[in-house]
Each structure stands twice: as structure tokens, then as C-alpha cells.
Design a protein around this ligand. Sequence first.
Ligand SMILES: NC(=O)C1=CN([C@@H]2O[C@H](COP(=O)(O)OP(=O)(O)OC[C@H]3O[C@@H](n4cnc5c(N)ncnc54)[C@H](O)[C@@H]3O)[C@@H](O)[C@H]2O)C=CC1
Ligand SMILES: O=C(O)C(=O)Cc1ccc(O)cc1
Length: 308
Amino acid sequence: MMAQQFETIALVGIGLIGSSIAREIREKQLAGTLVVSTRSAATLTRAEQLGLGDRYTLSAAEAVKGADLVVVSVPVGASGAVAAEIAAHLKPGAIVTDVGSTKGSVIAQMAPHLPDTVHFIPGHPIAGTEHSGPDAGFVGLFRGRWCILTPPTGADEEAVAKLRLFWETMGSMVDEMDPEHHDKVLAIVSHVPHIIAYNIVGTADDLEAVTESEVIKYSASGFRDFTRLAASDPTMWRDVCLHNKDAILEMLARFSEDLAYLQRAIRWGDGDKLFDLFTRTRAIRRSIIQAGQDTAMPDFGRHAMDPK
Ligand SMILES: NC(=O)C1=CN([C@@H]2O[C@H](COP(=O)(O)OP(=O)(O)OC[C@H]3O[C@@H](n4cnc5c(N)ncnc54)[C@H](O)[C@@H]3O)[C@@H](O)[C@H]2O)C=CC1
Ligand SMILES: O=C(O)C(=O)Cc1ccc(O)cc1
């Protein structure tokens, strides 16, 4: 058994991420009382059937009353509404955090509502699956994965340390960075790959008439990997696209340029260019595998097609 870290924890949103956090809190007994809240009655009932908390409520305002830690795990587009709803009910000294895949927008939506008496420390566990809802969560999701915190300058060090310990107890490695940097890094390692997956699966689907279902029949493992990502939650990913617009558009522009370079190499039969790129990318895969998890962060100072 681990030591209790917070007297009362409130979870707002109990889908894949919220329910994985709940399961960890229960297993490790990190809270005296765990309060679960979500917007839909059906989801709350399911959370109750799964025994994810000690108390359940459809009101986020009700849930956060007296809580020492509040974790908001809702689609990023709903963050502002949740902050507005809970603001007046937060306990002074409480830590308020989130798990959203974008940080700049979540901060812009939430911070204006939150009182100065609480510690707002945004976060993002870089761990997930293509599944959603309370049944999808599991103990161990965060193990060996990074969790990025983006505390504002001047944030209370003790509060940051408590949140850091919370994620470390779930098995995560914790890093801190500013939200703008987070949003650029995540645009290239997570958001653009999902967009590419949605796009290629959509294109294949549009071609179904031409290929007469052979896309499904002969789907090789490369295409299947894309279909996994493209099966991710539509609400969540719509919100990610709308709320990390600038960084995503910047990375997509670079992606398109690099794709044009590849297209040109193919058109002109420039095997050396293709071979060089494929050799370089293979080394990246190997270094990720060697590191034991997906920690590779891209170097933004360099163009993907620049010579080494
Ligand atoms: N799915 C993934 O792989 C990862 C997701 N995230 C982030 O975590 C957050 C939650 O994602 P998931 O747990 O995957 O989503 P999910 O769809 O499994 O769960 C979302 C939860 O939020 C609730 N909800 C939606 N709108 C709400 C509102 N206005 N007020 C209160 N509750 C509301 C839903 O009822 C549900 O309980 C998102 O911001 C996402 O960007 C972060 C890391 C990984
Ligand atoms: O399912 C996958 O491969 C993911 O990439 C999971 C994921 C999705 C969104 C995040 O913000 C972090 C991790």
C-alpha cells in the first residue's frame, strides 16, 4: 500500500484518462475520498458500476467542493465551460490540473475563471489508446510514460512537487516545459500523425469503389496501424485540431513540403534521395526502441529534409 497523498480528489470527466487515473488512485490508495463527476448520466452510472470512486455526481461544481486535488479529464474544447462551472466552488489551496492534449488553449480557456486562491498546474500524460469511455481505462496506462506539466511562471513549488509525485506514483516520468513548446512538440509527434492517419484511411475509403473492397481484404500491417489511430475518438480529435491550430498548421506545412520533395524524388527516379531518407528514419525508430519507450523529441531547429 502507498501513502495517501490527498484527503479528497475530484475527477471531472471519467473516460479513458479519467478512469485510468481513478483506477490508479484506488489501487494505490492515494486519496481518502475519491469523487467522480461527469456530464452524462449514462457515463456516471457506468463509472459507478465499475466502482471507480467513493462518491458520484453529475455536477462538477458539487464534485470539487472540499477537494484538495481536482483533475479535469474532458475533451479540450470543454475545458473553459468546466473551469467556469467549478471556479466558485474550489477550496482555497486546492491544486487544479488537467490532462488535455493541448496546453496553450486549455490555459487560455481555464485560467481566467480560476481564483488566485488555487494552484492551477496544467498537465498532459503522453499515454493513451484509440479507445474512449470509462470501460477503456486500465491500471498501468501511465507506467513508463512521460507526463508533461506546464506550470505558469511563479507557480507554487510545493504544489508542483505534489503533482509531480502524484504522476510519478502512477509510474510516469515527469517533465516541465512551457505550453508553447509543448504544443509544437505534440503537434509533430502526436497530432499530425493522427491527422495523417485520418486522412489516409479516408482516402482509402473514398477509393473503395475503385478497389472493390481490396483495401480491407489486403490491408497490410502498415495500413492497419493507420486504422488504429484513425479509430480514435472523433470529439477528442476534433477539439485537438481546433485548439492547437497554429502549431498543427505549421507542422502540416512542413510535412507537405517534405512530401513534395519525396514526390519529386520518385518522379525523377532519384533512388539516392529516397534511400538516404529511409536510412535516416530507420535509425530514429531504432533509437526509440533502444530508449525503451517513445521519448524521442524532434529538433525544431532543423528541417526534416536537411542533409545530416
Ligand atoms: N485518449 C487518449 O489517448 C488521450 C487523451 N488525452 C486527453 O484527455 C482528455 C480526455 O480524453 P479521454 O479520456 O480519452 O476522453 P473520453 O472520451 O474517454 O472521456 C471524456 C470524458 O469527459 C466527459 N465530458 C465531456 N464533455 C464534458 C463536459 N463538458 N463536462 C464534464 N464532462 C465532460 C465525458 O462524459 C467523458 O467522461 C482529452 O482532453 C484528451 O485530449 C490525453 C492523453 C491521451
Ligand atoms: O493511441 C495512441 O497511439 C496515442 O497516440 C495516444 C495518445 C493520444 C493523445 C495524446 O495526447 C497522448 C497519447
